[in-house]
Design a protein around this ligand. Structure first.
Ligand code: FE2
Ligand code: FE2
Length: 222
Protein backbone atom coordinates (compact mmCIF):
# COMPACT_ATOMS: atom_id res chain seq x y z
CA UNK A 1 0.00 0.00 0.00
CA UNK A 2 1.30 3.45 -0.85
CA UNK A 3 0.50 6.72 0.86
CA UNK A 4 1.53 10.16 -0.37
CA UNK A 5 1.85 13.43 1.45
CA UNK A 6 2.46 16.56 -0.62
CA UNK A 7 3.59 19.93 0.61
CA UNK A 8 5.59 22.91 -0.59
CA UNK A 9 8.61 21.22 -2.10
CA UNK A 10 8.75 17.74 -0.69
CA UNK A 11 6.84 14.59 -1.44
CA UNK A 12 7.03 11.75 1.04
CA UNK A 13 6.25 8.28 -0.16
CA UNK A 14 5.78 5.45 2.28
CA UNK A 15 5.32 1.82 1.39
CA UNK A 16 4.22 -0.79 3.90
CA UNK A 17 2.53 -4.08 3.08
CA UNK A 18 2.13 -5.30 6.64
CA UNK A 19 0.16 -2.93 8.76
CA UNK A 20 -1.65 0.29 7.92
CA UNK A 21 -2.32 3.01 10.43
CA UNK A 22 -4.40 5.77 8.90
CA UNK A 23 -3.32 8.37 11.44
CA UNK A 24 -1.79 11.47 9.91
CA UNK A 25 0.39 13.96 11.72
CA UNK A 26 0.20 17.72 11.44
CA UNK A 27 3.33 19.79 11.92
CA UNK A 28 3.97 23.51 11.77
CA UNK A 29 7.01 23.94 9.55
CA UNK A 30 8.30 27.26 8.30
CA UNK A 31 5.06 28.89 9.24
CA UNK A 32 2.95 26.47 7.24
CA UNK A 33 0.85 23.60 8.41
CA UNK A 34 1.98 20.50 6.68
CA UNK A 35 0.10 17.24 6.66
CA UNK A 36 2.20 14.16 6.65
CA UNK A 37 0.29 10.97 6.04
CA UNK A 38 2.51 8.08 6.93
CA UNK A 39 2.30 4.58 8.27
CA UNK A 40 2.70 3.73 11.97
CA UNK A 41 6.11 4.55 13.44
CA UNK A 42 7.42 5.77 10.09
CA UNK A 43 5.37 8.92 10.60
CA UNK A 44 7.66 10.04 13.39
CA UNK A 45 10.85 9.15 11.49
CA UNK A 46 9.89 11.01 8.31
CA UNK A 47 8.66 14.04 10.21
CA UNK A 48 11.84 14.15 12.29
CA UNK A 49 14.02 13.71 9.23
CA UNK A 50 12.14 16.42 7.33
CA UNK A 51 12.32 18.87 10.22
CA UNK A 52 16.04 18.17 10.65
CA UNK A 53 16.72 18.89 6.96
CA UNK A 54 14.65 22.08 6.95
CA UNK A 55 16.51 23.25 10.04
CA UNK A 56 19.78 22.72 8.20
CA UNK A 57 18.47 24.62 5.14
CA UNK A 58 17.50 27.52 7.42
CA UNK A 59 20.93 27.48 9.03
CA UNK A 60 22.68 27.48 5.63
CA UNK A 61 20.80 30.50 4.29
CA UNK A 62 21.13 32.31 7.62
CA UNK A 63 24.93 31.88 7.54
CA UNK A 64 25.07 33.07 3.91
CA UNK A 65 22.98 36.11 4.76
CA UNK A 66 25.36 36.93 7.66
CA UNK A 67 28.39 36.43 5.41
CA UNK A 68 27.02 38.90 2.86
CA UNK A 69 26.47 41.36 5.70
CA UNK A 70 30.17 41.07 6.57
CA UNK A 71 31.27 41.27 2.92
CA UNK A 72 29.37 44.55 2.48
CA UNK A 73 31.21 46.05 5.45
CA UNK A 74 34.61 44.91 4.18
CA UNK A 75 34.11 46.42 0.72
CA UNK A 76 32.59 49.61 2.17
CA UNK A 77 35.65 50.14 4.36
CA UNK A 78 38.08 49.37 1.54
CA UNK A 79 36.15 51.61 -0.85
CA UNK A 80 36.35 54.47 1.63
CA UNK A 81 40.17 54.26 1.63
CA UNK A 82 40.40 53.59 -2.10
CA UNK A 83 38.62 56.86 -2.94
CA UNK A 84 41.59 58.70 -1.35
CA UNK A 85 44.58 56.44 -1.95
CA UNK A 86 43.90 53.84 -4.67
CA UNK A 87 41.51 55.45 -7.12
CA UNK A 88 42.21 52.83 -9.79
CA UNK A 89 40.59 50.23 -7.48
CA UNK A 90 37.38 52.19 -6.98
CA UNK A 91 35.36 50.81 -9.97
CA UNK A 92 36.21 47.20 -9.06
CA UNK A 93 35.43 47.66 -5.36
CA UNK A 94 32.18 49.45 -6.21
CA UNK A 95 31.11 46.61 -8.46
CA UNK A 96 31.90 43.97 -5.83
CA UNK A 97 30.05 45.98 -3.19
CA UNK A 98 26.98 46.14 -5.44
CA UNK A 99 27.15 42.37 -5.93
CA UNK A 100 27.32 41.78 -2.17
CA UNK A 101 24.36 44.09 -1.56
CA UNK A 102 22.40 42.19 -4.15
CA UNK A 103 23.32 38.82 -2.57
CA UNK A 104 22.30 40.17 0.82
CA UNK A 105 18.87 41.13 -0.55
CA UNK A 106 18.41 37.72 -2.15
CA UNK A 107 19.12 35.92 1.14
CA UNK A 108 17.01 38.40 3.13
CA UNK A 109 14.03 37.73 0.87
CA UNK A 110 14.51 33.98 1.22
CA UNK A 111 14.70 34.15 5.03
CA UNK A 112 11.56 36.28 5.12
CA UNK A 113 9.64 34.01 2.78
CA UNK A 114 10.39 31.02 5.05
CA UNK A 115 10.02 32.97 8.29
CA UNK A 116 13.56 32.10 9.33
CA UNK A 117 15.29 34.39 11.79
CA UNK A 118 18.56 36.14 11.00
CA UNK A 119 21.85 35.21 12.65
CA UNK A 120 22.59 36.51 16.14
CA UNK A 121 26.20 37.03 15.06
CA UNK A 122 25.35 39.86 12.60
CA UNK A 123 27.03 42.55 14.78
CA UNK A 124 30.20 40.43 14.93
CA UNK A 125 30.20 40.14 11.11
CA UNK A 126 29.70 43.90 10.83
CA UNK A 127 32.49 44.87 13.26
CA UNK A 128 34.84 42.16 11.96
CA UNK A 129 34.11 43.17 8.37
CA UNK A 130 34.85 46.85 8.99
CA UNK A 131 38.05 46.03 10.89
CA UNK A 132 39.27 43.67 8.20
CA UNK A 133 38.46 46.20 5.49
CA UNK A 134 40.22 49.05 7.31
CA UNK A 135 43.34 47.06 8.25
CA UNK A 136 43.84 45.59 4.77
CA UNK A 137 43.19 48.95 3.10
CA UNK A 138 45.80 50.56 5.37
CA UNK A 139 48.30 47.87 4.41
CA UNK A 140 47.91 48.71 0.72
CA UNK A 141 46.43 47.56 -2.56
CA UNK A 142 48.14 44.20 -2.41
CA UNK A 143 46.61 43.49 1.00
CA UNK A 144 43.15 44.26 -0.45
CA UNK A 145 43.72 41.76 -3.25
CA UNK A 146 45.05 39.08 -0.88
CA UNK A 147 42.09 39.64 1.46
CA UNK A 148 39.61 39.35 -1.43
CA UNK A 149 41.25 36.17 -2.67
CA UNK A 150 41.36 34.60 0.82
CA UNK A 151 37.73 35.41 1.62
CA UNK A 152 36.22 34.50 -1.71
CA UNK A 153 38.11 31.22 -2.03
CA UNK A 154 37.01 30.23 1.49
CA UNK A 155 33.42 31.24 0.73
CA UNK A 156 33.37 29.32 -2.55
CA UNK A 157 34.54 26.14 -0.83
CA UNK A 158 31.75 26.56 1.66
CA UNK A 159 29.20 27.24 -1.10
CA UNK A 160 30.20 24.02 -2.84
CA UNK A 161 29.50 22.05 0.31
CA UNK A 162 26.15 23.82 0.74
CA UNK A 163 25.13 23.18 -2.88
CA UNK A 164 25.96 19.49 -2.51
CA UNK A 165 23.60 19.29 0.47
CA UNK A 166 20.81 21.51 -0.93
CA UNK A 167 20.70 19.71 -4.27
CA UNK A 168 19.27 16.69 -2.48
CA UNK A 169 16.86 18.41 -0.10
CA UNK A 170 15.63 21.83 -1.27
CA UNK A 171 15.64 22.94 -4.90
CA UNK A 172 14.58 26.54 -4.27
CA UNK A 173 17.30 27.08 -1.63
CA UNK A 174 19.74 25.43 -4.05
CA UNK A 175 18.85 27.91 -6.80
CA UNK A 176 19.20 30.85 -4.42
CA UNK A 177 22.72 29.82 -3.34
CA UNK A 178 23.74 28.93 -6.88
CA UNK A 179 22.61 32.35 -8.15
CA UNK A 180 25.43 34.12 -6.27
CA UNK A 181 28.23 31.71 -7.11
CA UNK A 182 29.31 33.30 -10.38
CA UNK A 183 29.77 36.73 -8.75
CA UNK A 184 31.88 35.20 -5.99
CA UNK A 185 34.02 33.44 -8.60
CA UNK A 186 34.56 36.81 -10.30
CA UNK A 187 35.65 38.33 -6.98
CA UNK A 188 38.07 35.49 -6.35
CA UNK A 189 39.44 35.89 -9.88
CA UNK A 190 40.01 39.61 -9.29
CA UNK A 191 41.90 38.89 -6.07
CA UNK A 192 43.95 36.10 -7.61
CA UNK A 193 44.93 38.12 -10.69
CA UNK A 194 45.93 41.27 -8.84
CA UNK A 195 47.68 39.93 -5.72
CA UNK A 196 51.47 39.72 -5.44
CA UNK A 197 53.07 37.01 -3.34
CA UNK A 198 55.20 39.30 -1.21
CA UNK A 199 55.96 38.73 2.49
CA UNK A 200 52.44 39.99 3.24
CA UNK A 201 50.78 37.17 1.38
CA UNK A 202 50.93 34.27 3.85
CA UNK A 203 50.09 36.15 7.08
CA UNK A 204 47.14 37.98 5.52
CA UNK A 205 45.90 34.97 3.59
CA UNK A 206 45.88 32.63 6.60
CA UNK A 207 44.56 35.18 9.11
CA UNK A 208 41.68 36.07 6.77
CA UNK A 209 40.97 32.45 5.89
CA UNK A 210 40.94 31.32 9.52
CA UNK A 211 38.82 34.25 10.69
CA UNK A 212 36.33 33.67 7.85
CA UNK A 213 36.07 29.99 8.79
CA UNK A 214 35.66 30.90 12.44
CA UNK A 215 32.91 33.43 11.63
CA UNK A 216 31.09 30.82 9.51
CA UNK A 217 31.36 28.23 12.28
CA UNK A 218 30.18 30.70 14.91
CA UNK A 219 27.22 31.70 12.73
CA UNK A 220 26.07 28.10 12.46
CA UNK A 221 25.85 28.08 16.29
CA UNK A 222 24.12 31.45 16.62
FE1 FE2 B 1 28.46 37.64 -1.84
FE1 FE2 C 1 31.98 38.22 -2.82
Amino acid sequence: MTKFAKFTTVKIEVTDDKKVNEKSGEYALNGENVNIACVGEQKTDYARNYRHKQKEVGRIIRVDHAGEHGAIKIYQAQLFFARYFYQDLVPQLKEMLEHEKNHHQIFSAFLKSRQIRTCYALPIWAIGGYLLGIVTAMLGKNAISICTYAIESTVLRHLDWQLGFLKKVDSSAYRVVESIKMDEEEHRYFGEQTLKRTWLYYPIFYIVRLSTRFAIWLSTKL
